[in-house]
Every structure is written in structure tokens, then in C-alpha cells.
Design a protein around this ligand. Sequence first.
Ligand code: SF4
Ligand code: SF4
Length: 471
Amino acid sequence: MGQTITSADYYLFEQDGQRYAFLPSSFAVIEIDALFGEVLKNSHLRPKQIHKVLAQQFDGPAIDEAILEVDSLAARNLIRPPLARPPRKKGFDLQCLLLMVTNACNFACSYCHGDHEKLPPRPMNEQTARRAVDLLLERSGSAPALSIYFFGGEPLLNFDLVKSTVAYARGRAIEQDKKVSFGMTTNGYLLDPEKAAFLHENGFSPLFSMDGPPEVQNACRRLRSGGDTFDRVFANVKHYLELGGPCSARATITPACMDLVALTEFFYDAGFRGVSLEPVTSPGTTPDPRFQLDLDLLTRSYSELAERTLERIVAGKGRYNLFVTILERIDKGNGHFKPCFVGEENWTITAEGDIYPCYRFIGKPGYRMGSVFDGVNLKISRRFEKQNTIFSSRQCHACWARYICGGQCPADRLEHTGSITRPVAEKCIIQKHLFTLALKLYVRIRRDPHLSETCFAKPAHSPLLPDPACV
Ligand code: SF4
Ligand code: SF4
């Protein structure tokens, strides 16, 4: 064979009795037959060895033809040598700050990381917030659009600071001819009409941490004082939606509810624009029986969700975020090299003004980047630039899903494997299951012109190719 092809260069799957190969380096999805698939799987061997392996199943001339076809994948640029390193950037323009405006929270969710609880429960003060905004402006280089994300604890517990910071940041941004936008993750409990009006008027699209219908929400997301939270949160969300403000939900999947279709329907019926469902942990990674998710149940539930996604597309009823995001990534051939840009474009500022790559690294030895008062050491930024990529991980480098995936959350990797470069194998199983479901959805959609038009605005970068034998 010409270029050496490894198992990281293709992924074989079937849908409706048709075989396909996904070629990650070009994001092409091609129809194949059984022989082509077998030759691809054995393409690390010499032609004579391939003949020997496949002689029982296929005749010689057909094998020769398939070897030529597989060889032509590289010539047609459908399989390319793996990139050795990510495209280089020129320095770090800071673009997004996450402000931990308080470490305190009015909820005591059973699965909470609780990292903020290990921190002194004091709120961020105005001087710290202003210094953080100044730092964002100073470090933003030529970036024209900046964002500030309010986080906690529960950020609405320090609402006066949110208001004053929005005003200050707007003023500073105008001085420098930049735009600034705002976001917030909130549990929604304290979002009274006045706060809702403020968020709406200032263009926030809040992300509500909410788990689903009453029995699901009240099972894990309870007040610190012990009470239920659903009724008040839901009423506040409804009010926000009535104002016309878009918002999304972020639900934690726990054993209390593994029916992802029902959960997603609940959020869409309520009017949320987007829904993100995050397993509380990956199956097999926690000894705590309250949070042990059954892998079979979870994968089955994702499969049902994929099926329901297609039904909704067919019915013209909109689409789910989870699969749509992956589908669009596949369709646009939009390869991802990193899971996020923490430590580079995105920094977190603690209530005390300390700088960390992301809130998940707060208090982790060796990850403090400095302080808004004393300056910043970019050594950690450079480390994240180099290590928070699929190229720095042996496992990701050898994975067919690498460019769809972009790698795992580095904080998860650190927590479960002790290294920000080593992925959590249990999580990879789930991720690859999701990508396979998305690829199967993709070919079903792309084979149907009407669905294709409904689902994707523009023609695919790489339309489904016919059997390579016909190309
Ligand atoms: S994190 Fe896992 S699934 Fe994602 S690219 Fe790396 S090895 Fe593959
Ligand atoms: S992926 Fe992980 S490290 Fe990156 S922003 Fe999200 S939580 Fe933070």
C-alpha cells in the first residue's frame, strides 16, 4: 500500500444494511462494501499478506481492485497523514473571564463538586471585580468581542456586584472600542422579576442548572435548608421566558432519571432553547453508589435520544443540542483540536482575585496563574496551549474520533487519571458511542434530500460519496 493507514484513519459502521467508512482527517463519509472494509482493516499489511488473509472470502482480482481503491483514498486527499501538532497561535488574547462572584450557594445539591465549599464563603468585592475587568481589557489584544461570565456558588447571591460589574465593563469596553457580552450559570431560585429584567435587558442568555421535572429536580437539587426547589425555579424560568429572553438548561444525569428523551422533551416543552445533559460521572469512575450510572442503560438512553432527534427533525419540531452540535461538526468538517481554551483565551477569577485556567482547577496545586492584583504568570497558559489538545495525548492521537471529539475536559482528566493529557477511558466509551450515533444519523439525513435541507443550511463540505469503486 502507499501511505500507511492505521486504525486511527478510518471508522467503519453500518446503517440500514449499508456499510460506511468515516475518514476523520477529511471528515468524509463514504459508502463501502464488505471487501473494501476488510482491505481497509488490513491496509497496514503488504498486498500479498492482504491476499492471504482474505483469500477464503474474496477472489484475487477483486482484492487487487479494492487495494487500489483504498490506495486512492490518500491520492484523493480523503486520508491524510495525521497532523503532528495543532496550528500555531500567536500569543494569548484574553477573551473571556469567568468571575466567581461568590463561593456561597443557597442549594446543597447531592452531587455538587462542592469545590466552592472548601473556599472561604466570602463574596467577591467591587475592587476585585473591577481589577478583573481591567485585566480582561488589558490582555485582550486585538480581540474585538469579549465576554464576562458570572458564576459561583450561586451568582445571584451577589447580584449587586453583577449589576455594578456589567456597568463598569460596558464603560471600559466603550473606551476601548470593544464589545462585551455577559453570561451566567444560575440555579434560578433567586431570579425574581427585577433580576430577570436586568439580565434580559443586558442580553444575558442564562444557563439554568436544572435537572428536569419536579421528582427529578427535587431528588438531588434541594435548598441548603432542606426544601424542594422545583416550583420556584420553574416559575422563575417561565417568567424569564415570557420576557422573551432565550435561555438554556444544563441538567445532570443521575440514576434518579436516565430517561434522556423524557428529560429533553421536558426542557423543550418548557421553552428552553438548548439543553445540555451531563452524566454526573462516567460509569465505572465512582465508588459512590448514589452516582453510579449503568453503562448499558446510559448508552441505550442516548440511542433512544438519537432516534427521537431524527423524529423531531422529520416533524419539523426543532432539534436537540447534543446531536445537532456533533452533526454540524461532522457536516462542516469542522475539526476540533481542543476541548476548551482555558488558561489561554479563557480565565477564571476567584472571589479573592486569584487567577486560574478554569473554576475546576481552583485550589489545585500548581494551577494558580496569579492574581488580578499581582499580575499573571503565563507559564500555565503555555502549558495548556501545549497539553490541552488531542495531539498531546497518545490515546487521542490514535483515536478515530479525535477531530470530532477534540479531547476531554482537562479537569476531568486530572481528577480521574492524574494527568491533563490522559483521557478517562470510561468517558471515551460514552463519547465514541455518541459520535457513532451521530454518524448514523448523519448518513440517514444526508441520504434524504428533504431531511438534508431541513437539517443543514448549506450543502455538506463533503457530500456522501458513492462506493469508491464508482468514483
Ligand atoms: S478523549 Fe477519548 S474519545 Fe476523545 S479523542 Fe481522546 S481518546 Fe478519543
Ligand atoms: S472543559 Fe473542563 S476545563 Fe474546560 S472549561 Fe469546561 S469544565 Fe473547564
